[in-house]
Design a protein around this ligand. Structure first.
Ligand SMILES: Nc1nc2c(ncn2[C@@H]2O[C@H](COP(=O)(O)OP(=O)(O)O)[C@@H](O)[C@H]2O)c(=O)[nH]1
Ligand SMILES: [Mg+2]
Length: 206
C-alpha cells in the first residue's frame, strides 16, 4: 500500500508545483490506498499546515512530511504488545474481510512464537472457503505448530472449542484461530463470530 502511494506521490511531485490539483490528486491516492476518509483529511490538513508554516514550495520536500504523517498513525498510544496469559492458553482470533492476510498473519505469528520456544495450536476456524484448512495445515507444518481442524462447512465455534480443549489438555501456550473472511455488514456472519467469542469467553472461565 505504502509503496504504491509513494509512487503516486513521486509522479505528482514531478510536476513541481503544490496547488489545489496536487492536493486533490494526493487525496485520491490516499483514498485508493485504503486510508479512511477522516484520516485522509487529517493528513491533508497536516500537510497544508506544514507547507504554510515552513513555506515549502517544492513537492519533493513534502515527501518526508507525508511519510511522517502516515508513520505517526501506526504508532499506538501506550502500545504494550499483545496481552497473554501466564496460566493456560492465550487465544487469538484473526478476523477480517476476505484476503486481507489473516491466515498468512497466523503463520507469521506462529513462526515468531515457536522460534521463541512457545507452543502453538492453530484452530482451522475458516470452514467456509475451499482449501482454507489445507492452507493452514501447510503453515502449521512449516512453523512446527499443532492444528485442530474439523470438516469443511462445519461450525467454527466447535473448532475453537476443540482447539482450546486440546490446548488445555496438552499445556499449549497459544491458540491462533483462523476464521472465514467476512464483511462487518453481514449480520449472520457477525453473529457467528459472536458465538465464537462467547465460546472462548465461556472456556476462559472454566
Ligand atoms: N504483499 C503481501 N501479501 C500478503 C501479505 N499477507 C498476505 N498476503 C497475500 O495475500 C493473499 C491473501 O492472504 P491470506 O492470508 O490467505 O488472507 P485471508 O483470506 O485473510 O486469510 C495471499 O496471496 C497472501 O500471500 C503481506 O503482508 N504482504
Ligand atoms: Mg484465510
Amino acid at each position: 500500500m505504502f509503496k504504491r502511494l509513494m509512487q503516486s506521490f513521486d509522479r505528482m511531485a514531478g510536476r513541481g508545483v503544490i496547488d489545489d490539483d496536487f492536493y486533490d490528486e494526493l487525496e485520491e491516492a490516499l483514498l485508493q490506498a485504503d486510508t479512511n476518509v477522516r484520516v485522509t483529511q487529517q493528513i491533508l490538513d497536516e500537510l497544508r499546515e506544514a507547507v504554510r508554516r515552513e513555506k515549502i514550495t517544492d513537492p519533493a520536500a513534502m515527501r518526508l512530511r507525508l511519510q511522517q504523517a502516515i508513520a505517526k498513525r501506526f504508532e499506538q498510544e501506550g502500545a504494550a504488545g499483545l496481552e497473554y496469559s501466564d496460566d493456560g492458553p492465550s487465544v487469538f482470533v484473526f478476523v477480517g474481510v476476505n484476503g486481507v492476510g489473516k491466515t498468512t498473519t497466523i503463520a507469521k505469528v506462529a513462526n515468531f512464537l515457536t522460534t521463541k520456544g512457545f507452543s502453538v495450536i492453530m484452530a482451522a476456524g475458516d470452514t467456509f472457503r475451499a482449501a482454507a484448512i489445507e492452507q493452514l495445515e501447510v503453515w502449521a507444518d512449516r512453523t512446527g505448530s499443532q492444528i485442530v481442524r474439523n470438516q469443511p462447512g462445519g461450525d467454527s465455534a466447535a473448532v475453537l472449542f476443540d482447539a482450546i480443549t486440546a490446548a488445555k489438555a496438552r499445556n499449549i501456550d497459544f491458540v491462533l484461530a483462523d476464521t472465514a473472511g467476512r464483511q462487518h455488514s453481514k449480520g449472520d456472519l457477525m453473529n457467528e463470530l459472536q458465538k465464537v467469542v462467547k465460546t472462548i469467553c465461556a472456556m476462559a472461565n472454566n
